[in-house]
Design a protein around this ligand. Structure first.
Ligand SMILES: [Zn+2]
Length: 94
């Protein structure tokens, strides 16, 4: 998530410019830090301003799920088209 959009009762993490916000109770807090950290780094580099929502969310989800896989955790995104479909549904309002 970028910019804290969405329902506050279900948002687990978000990035605002170069800052990231994480719920300390989240069991996926480190993976969420990778995701939101990607947005923050993209913001700092100027890349974020050049990308569509689909593009910058694909980058963040890719790095988050790559982190889970490197650490031996399972992920429900086995293929990139699953990630793209999820992003299109979850971020369709943006
Ligand atoms: Zn995101």
């Amino acid at each position: 998530m970028l910019g804290g959009r969405g329902r506050t009762d279900i948002v687990r993490a978000f990035a605002w410019e170069e800052r990231i916000y994480l719920r300390t109770q989240s069991p996926w807090i480190v993976g969420e830090a990778v995701h939101e950290g990607t947005h923050a780094l993209d913001y700092n580099s100027g890349l974020l301003a050049t990308l569509s929502v689909l593009q910058y969310e694909k980058r963040a989800w890719f790095y988050e799920h790559t982190f889970y896989r490197w650490n031996g955790a399972s992920t429900h995104f086995d293929r990139i088209d699953y990630v793209v479909n999820f992003i299109r549904q979850a971020y369709r309002a943006y």
